[in-house]
Ligand binder design. Sequence first.
Ligand SMILES: CSCCC(=O)/C(O)=C/O
Ligand SMILES: [Fe+2]
Length: 179
Amino acid sequence: MALEAWYMDSSDEDQREPHRLHPHQPVSLDQLKELGVFHWRLDADRYDSDPELSRIREERGYSYMDIITIHEDTLPNYEEKLRMFYEEHLHLDDEIRYILDGRAYFDVRDKEDRWIRISMSKGDLITLPAGIYHRFTLDRTNYTKAMRLFVGEPVWKAHNRPADHFPVRQQYVSSLQGS
Ligand SMILES: CSCCC(=O)/C(O)=C/O
Ligand SMILES: [Fe+2]
């Protein structure tokens, strides 16, 4: 199944709901690319021996990887972490996530500051550029297992909005101009 993304409504309903607009307003992979968001579809059943994953990691220098299982039975401080992940934030480095099982949503801001919801399921690998405002949530199924990739030693620090003073944010905003 292709990756699906859409513009979100602004209701305060449970974050795990899809929050589609009526009428539905889909967002294409090309629109995501314009925001610096890239996607690959891989075979998650063989992630530990997948030459395509190895190629991506080598080409892009993703030397670090670990696996996080986000479920109330496996993740310490589950509720608190989910609250943190759903705070609008940016990172000083790219965020690279590969869904190995389950499902999740990444929300990213577009150029007009509107929320786009990206629905991720098993086999989806996504990269969010340094400096983009975004957030993360589980969906109604309340479970995902994801590989986290990083160039070099990982820095997990999230800078909640407002974080416009970071050079990486200014570089990201400049990169959008003209695209
Ligand atoms: C799927 S990993 C947890 C989410 C996370 O690390 C992050 O920074 C979300 O934006
Ligand atoms: Fe993040």
